[in-house]
Design a protein around this ligand. Structure first.
Ligand SMILES: C[C@@](CO)(OP(=O)(O)O)[C@H](O)COP(=O)(O)OP(=O)(O)OC[C@H]1O[C@@H](n2ccc(N)nc2=O)[C@H](O)[C@@H]1O
Ligand SMILES: Nc1ncnc2c1ncn2[C@@H]1O[C@H](COP(=O)(O)OP(=O)(O)O)[C@@H](O)[C@H]1O
Length: 307
């Protein structure tokens, strides 16, 4: 009997911005207790899976040279864990097409892992429950469940416990990309160091911000954006202070470091304003490049294969 090779499957998954990121105490397991409001961005990576003699990973696109292609890639871990749970052999090639800047605080690696889970679930026709995929996602990284979820969500624990959040309308962002990345554990360590010596700003609770999201009002949302990791990211890359100032001078409603940085996310009043801010920021010499994005965006999902 002929065995039929299943056709390739492509999935996409979004980058994220933390609109609110309150970092609590360091736990015994090395993670910090978080309270965060995630929103998924229209900027997304794509992952294509197809049959191959053995597990292989290829990477093209934005920052590809900095992304591992061995077991250190989160997609490799995602594939082996899903295969193990399903009793499959992960004989697949996983081709990543990156658009999300690497080590930028935008959770690109988490997006790739979430897209891999969704793509392989379809490729192997596993029909896994959402809860099963979320459980594997949480083992892979704190941000991976949100990349599956998409939209807007409130995250607690180390960021992996999610509740959906109501957000009306579309928000317009300009992302200022930094020349060098920042390592997430290094930024958390830096925050602990700063807190041991002083009292860097804390963003408090998210109540008002949740109301601004439900109202879909960017002018109300802007002054409420907050990130406890910002002081640590700025301490490690002091030039971010200039970038944050330049975005607001260019007409953004507000700017915030995204997650552990160093990408700075600028909330704009509307699409036209975002175009103006991006043009001005590009010319100001304060960043490696700019990207326009909207939010919220859907979570990881199978997409039509562009070939
Ligand atoms: C900071 C955030 C905010 O959304 O995003 P990024 O800026 O990295 O995208 C996340 O908490 C990052 O999530 P993720 O990138 O999945 O991190 P993980 O792989 O789970 O953890 C990497 C390391 O970051 C630190 N870490 C992470 C999450 C957390 N709640 N407390 C921590 O202290 C730990 O040192 C951990 O070993
Ligand atoms: N698929 C992947 N894409 C990007 N980086 C990856 C991937 N898998 C593993 N990594 C590693 O994870 C690190 C963090 O990457 P990324 O998820 O882009 O940033 P952040 O944690 O700041 O959001 C990278 O420096 C890279 O070494």
């Amino acid at each position: 009997m002929l065995s039929v090779v299943p056709p390739p499957v492509t999935a996409g998954a979004p980058a994220k911005v933390n609109l609110h990121l309150a970092v609590g105490d360091l736990r015994a397991d090395g993670f910090h207790e978080l309270r965060t409001v995630y929103q998924a961005l229209s900027l997304s990576d794509r992952v294509r899976v197809q049959a191959a003699p053995a597990l292989t990973v290829t990477v093209r696109g934005e920052g590809a040279a900095q992304v591992p292609t061995d077991r250190n890639n989160l997609v490799w871990k995602a594939a082996t864990r899903l295969a193990h749970k399903a009793g499959m052999t992960p004989s697949v090639e996983i081709a990543i097409e990156k658009a999300v800047p690497v080590a930028g605080g935008l959770a690109g690696g988490s997006a790739d892992a979430a897209a891999t889970l969704v793509a392989l679930d379809a490729f192997w026709r596993l029909d896994s429950s959402r809860a099963d995929l979320v459980a594997i996602a949480a083992e892979l990284g704190s941000d991976v469940p949100f990349a599956l979820h998409g939209g807007t969500a409130y995250g607690t624990g180390r960021g992996e416990n999610l509740l959906p959040v109501l957000a009306r309308d579309t928000f317009h962002w300009v992302l200022a990309l930094a020349r060098d990345g920042l390592s997430t554990p290094r930024v958390f360590d830096e925050l602990d160091r700063l807190r041991a010596h002083a009292a860097p700003p804390r963003c408090g609770d998210a109540e008002e911000l949740l109301q601004a999201l439900a109202a879909g009002d960017p002018a109300r949302l802007a002054p409420l954006l907050g990130n406890d990791l910002q002081a640590a990211a700025v301490s490690l890359q002091p030039e971010l202070r200039r970038t944050l100032r330049a975005g607001v001078d260019a007409g953004a409603l507000a700017g915030v470091v995204s997650g552990s940085g160093p990408t700075c996310a600028f909330l704009c009043a509307d699409h036209d304003s975002a175009i103006e801010v991006s043009a001005e920021l590009s010319g100001a010499g304060v960043c490696r490049g700019v990207r326009l994005a909207t939010s919220p965006a859907p979570g990881a999902r199978v997409v039509a294969d562009a070939g």
